[in-house]
Design a protein around this ligand. Structure first.
Ligand code: BEZ
Length: 250
């Protein structure tokens, strides 16, 4: 997985939209009573709770120990695991579900091989992730500011935003059949903390890698560059999210 680090409390405040905007991918999953579902990258467990409410058996995993602890604090028995080496037997699950996680996985081929391995032959992989053009303005602005300060090579974790055709080919290369796939522009209203809160939450891995005195400067300069395009007259910030959502079967 990438080196991104998470603060569950910041994530709860500045990333609340990750849960509230997940209804459609949950509809695509259409979990049923008695099914066994792997929740890959369960985060703080809010979506796990919604899947559990369908009567399915859910196995939640996350690579972040902080997120696993946050999920456990809400009574979700999450376990720490990497998407690239899943600690489950072959053909263990009816479905693998993932929301807002796959773009963080460094070795996509290892992850897809693992998902394929743990799915039953009639199973399904239902996921939503960053798609081509995702947070383009934020990436350009942050990249320019990092380069200005001599750290232009640092914004690595946000780089994987495949096209629909590109990811379909990748899935097919691992023996999946794509049943449904959409690339969706999804402008996303940010929390009151705006892009500053977003940067501190979602680019924390990058900021933590900078010399301490530079962190606030990078956040402030990036925020100033983005204000004319992402902040409206009332002061609301909208991020330029693009989602790739799919259902693929073995
Ligand atoms: C996202 O699409 O959820 C995302 C991608 C890169 C950085 C932060 C968020």
């Amino acid at each position: 997985m990438s080196t991104q680090t998470w603060d569950p409390s910041d994530y709860g405040k500045n990333g609340a939209f990750v849960q509230t905007m997940a209804s459609e991918v949950l509809e695509w999953l259409a979990a049923r009573t008695g099914e066994s579902i792997l929740d890959l990258g369960c985060g703080d467990g809010q979506l796990t709770q919604r899947i559990l409410a369908t009567g399915a058996t859910v196995v939640p995993v996350d690579s972040s120990p902080e997120m696993v602890a946050a999920a456990r604090a809400r009574g979700i028995l999450a376990q720490e695991a990497s998407a690239e080496s899943l600690p489950f037997s072959d053909r263990a699950f009816d479905a693998v579900f993932s929301n807002a996680v796959l773009h963080w996985v460094s070795d996509q081929d290892a992850m897809l091989a693992q998902v394929r391995r743990v799915l039953k032959p009639r199973g399904r992989f239902v996921a939503e992730m960053g798609g081509h053009g995702n947070i383009a303005a934020i990436r350009v602005a942050l990249g320019v500011v990092l380069a200005r300060h001599g750290f232009g090579d640092r914004d690595d974790g946000a780089s994987y935003s495949p096209t629909a055709d590109g990811y379909a080919q990748r899935l097919e290369g691992h023996g999946f059949h794509v049943q449904r796939m959409s690339l969706i522009a999804r402008p996303t209203l940010l929390a009151e903390s705006g892009v500053e809160g977003w940067l501190r939450t979602f680019r924390r891995g990058v900021l933590d890698g900078l010399p301490e005195p530079l962190r606030d400067t990078v956040v402030q300069e990036t925020t100033a560059l983005l204000a004319p395009v992402l902040r409206d007259e009332e002061g609301n910030w909208t991020a330029d999210y693009v989602r790739l959502r799919f259902i693929a079967t073995p």
